[in-house]
Design a protein around this ligand. Structure first.
Ligand code: ARG
Length: 461
């Protein structure tokens, strides 16, 4: 049986002179399995409403399963002259089962097919990606617990500001990445809306059972407007924004680790397998993996702007520009997936140089705020206390403020008493016991909250 779509419906194709320019192969191929799932659900539905006989449905479904296997094994014969995967699969079905293949397209269009395929594809990808986010969040909690009391200088403007716990810093990563999980869950929720049954854009004349289709395909909702169903792509913008956000955040984490890993800081040891050498400088171990996370971040952002720019000029219903909707998001999800795998494994092997961090904190006036707080606690205005400490810091004569004797301190204020000598990195940290602060107690509470969040979201969809 060679009567195929290629000969039969040349009007469906057109534009094959520049086949590569007009075809959507590169993105379609990645969602072949979803395309076949959608076709099988559709043929089952047509049988349910009596448009296809059971025999016809069985024939169609087994041809579709054969095609699925051929694509999987790489033996499927793609006809590049046919625009996309939908026409290729239909064409191959003609070769396998003849005219009955042509019955499957009754009431459906490639417009609702592609919109449904890509939603399914992205839902499946995001479900996997969310498990990776959870894994990374779990790793952060584990690392925080393991290093709960390790101190380091905290920085603002990349200048030493106040001491903090490394676990506090790690839990700040948890906070921001947990919001990214929410963003992806929200994107998933918007994807979970089945457009199949929209036809070309105006609906269909046969009594299709959309609820049945949705339940066969695992969608919780069906789109309520057929024009919107085939022409909206804001759900892909949601994906790209979620990808952009998590990449920006992973990039910031990477940047912090790169700085901490530099010889000047030496706060953190990045496992060797996440570094590479230089082809000329034998001493180098460069943090390339982290740099690449930072470097790949622009992709999602670029694709977000790319799609938004395409969409802003489109009338409703289908325009061929929409064929460009998914490749950027598919690549972005791939990049986020890889970045999460890298960073999670890197964090599982990272270690901190406590001595270096404490030494760095001690070689600074990082306790200046604590000295000012000490004086303000003696009931003078904080601004006055601040001024006294500022004066001290300008007259240190080579010492740090915490190295001054009581006599030296009292030259600036008689409010200083013996307990001023107790001001230390550890006390500074433990005194910041406000909710969300850096004390061990507060960080432990943050960890409890984080564990509850993880428990709640473990299987979240
Ligand atoms: N190849 C198209 C895409 O990926 C499928 C829909 C084509 N529809 C059309 N009316 N040409 O978006």
């Amino acid at each position: 049986m060679t009567k195929n779509l290629n000969n039969k419906t040349s009007s469906v194709q057109g534009g094959e002179i520049y086949g590569d320019f007009t075809s959507s192969f590169d993105s379609d191929i990645r969602m072949y399995s979803e395309d076949i799932d959608v076709s099988i659900a559709y043929s089952n539905m047509l049988s349910k409403i009596g448009v296809l006989t059971l025999d016809e449905t069985n024939l169609i479904n087994s041809a579709l399963e054969d095609i699925r296997n051929e694509i999987k094994n790489g033996t499927f014969k793609w006809d590049k002259k046919l625009e996309d995967i939908h026409l290729n699969i239909e064409n191959s079905m003609y070769d396998k089962i003849g005219e009955v293949a042509g019955k499957l397209h009754f009431g459906r269009s490639r417009n609702d097919q592609v919109a449904t395929d890509s939603r399914l594809y992205f839902i499946r990808k995001i479900d996997f990606l969310n498990t990776l986010i959870i894994d990374f969040l779990q790793e952060l909690v584990k690392l925080s617990e393991k290093n709960i009391s390790i101190m380091l200088p905290g920085y603002t403007h990349l200048q030493k500001g106040q001491p903090i716990l490394i676990s506090h810093n790690l839990m700040s990563y948890f906070s921001i990445i947990s919001r990214d999980l929410r963003r992806f869950l929200n994107a998933r929720n918007n994807l979970d809306n089945m457009p199949l049954g929209s036809g070309a854009f105006a609906g269909v004349t046969i009594p299709i059972d959309r609820e049945y289709l949705a339940s066969e395909l695992g969608f919780s909702n069906i789109s309520s407007n057929s024009i919107d169903g085939v022409s909206s792509r804001d759900h892909i913008l949601d994906i790209l924004y979620s990808c952009s956000s998590i990449m920006i955040n992973l990039s910031r984490i990477s940047e912090e680790l790169i700085i901490w890993n530099s010889e000047e800081f030496d706060f953190v040891n990045i496992p060797d397998e996440f570094t590479t050498g230089s082809s000329i400088m034998p001493q180098k171990r460069n943090p390339d993996y982290l740099e690449l996370i930072r470097g790949k971040t622009g992709h999602s952002l670029g694709q977000l702007v790319n799609l938004a720019t395409s969409l802003k000029g489109l009338t409703f219903t289908y325009n061929r520009d929409l064929q460009e909707d998914r490749k950027g998001a598919m690549d972005s999800i791939e990049i986020v997936t890889q970045s999460l795998e890298v960073i999670k494994n890197l964090f599982s092997k990272i270690s901190f140089n406590e001595e270096k961090m404490i030494d760095s904190a001690n070689k600074s006036n990082i306790l200046a705020t604590d000295f000012a707080d000490y004086l303000a606690n003696k009931k003078i205005p904080y601004r006055e206390a601040y001024k006294i400490i500022k004066d001290i810091s300008l007259n240190l004569k080579g010492k740090y403020i915490h190295e001054l004797s009581l006599d030296e301190l009292r030259q600036f204020s008689k409010l200083f008493e013996k307990d001023a000598l107790d001001i230390s990195l550890r006390n500074s940290i433990e005194n910041r016991n406000s909710t969300g602060g850096t004390s061990t107690n507060s960080v432990r509470n943050q960890i409890i909250e984080a564990k509850n969040f993880l428990k709640k979201n473990k299987n979240a969809k």
